[in-house]
Write a protein that binds this ligand. Structure first.
Ligand code: DQA
Length: 146
C-alpha cells in the first residue's frame, strides 16, 4: 500500500452543507470525505482527511504530510488569500500538491483573486463544486501512477 493521500480543509469548511449552499452546494464535508475514501480505495490508495479552522494547525498538518503522504490535496479556504505561513509550508513539500476550491474564486470578490497557495502547488482545480475534490484526487492519482 503506498503512503496515504492527504486531503486538508481550511476554515469554515466544517459548515459545508449549510454554509452559503448557493455557492458551495449541499454536500457536507463528511459526504465529500466518504466519496474521496471510496474513489481512492478503488484506485488502491488510502486517504487521510482533515479539517481545521486554525492556520497553525493546517501548517502542522502540511508538515506531517512531508513524511507521511504520497500526495497532498488542500482546500485552504479563506487562508488561500492571506496565508504566507501555508505558502511556506507547501514550499517544503517534495510530493505533488494540488489546490482545490469548490467555487471559482476568480469569478467572485476581488480579494479572492489573489492565491498565496497557487505559487506553491503543482496545480489548481476550482469551480466544480464537490467534484473539485474528485478531480483533485484523480489528478493526484494520475501523477502518482506515472
Ligand atoms: C473556497 C473559496 C474561498 O475563497 C473561500 O474563502 C472558502 C472556500 C472554495 O472552496 O470555494 O472558504 O476555498
Amino acid at each position: 500500500m503506498p503512503k496515504a493521500i492527504y486531503i486538508l480543509n481550511g476554515p469554515n469548511l466544517n459548515l459545508l452543507g449549510t454554509r452559503e449552499p448557493e455557492i458551495y452546494g449541499s454536500d457536507t464535508l463528511a459526504d465529500i470525505e466518504k466519496s474521496c475514501v471510496k474513489n481512492a480505495k478503488e484506485a488502491g490508495f488510502e486517504i487521510v482527511f482533515k479539517q481545521s479552522n486554525i492556520e497553525g494547525e493546517l501548517v502542522d498538518m502540511i508538515q506531517e504530510a512531508r513524511d507521511k503522504a504520497s500526495a497532498l490535496i488542500i482546500n485552504p479556504a479563506a487562508y488561500t488569500h492571506t496565508s504566507v505561513a501555508i505558502h511556506d509550508a507547501l514550499k517544503t513539500l517534495d510530493i505533488p500538491a494540488i489546490e482545490i476550491h469548490l467555487s471559482q474564486p476568480a469569478k467572485r470578490e476581488s480579494f479572492r483573486r489573489r492565491s498565496y497557495v497557487a505559487e506553491a502547488v503543482t496545480g489548481t482545480i476550482s469551480g466544480f463544486g464537490a467534484n473539485s475534490y474528485e478531480l483533485g484526487l484523480q489528478a493526484a492519482i494520475k501523477l502518482l501512477k506515472t
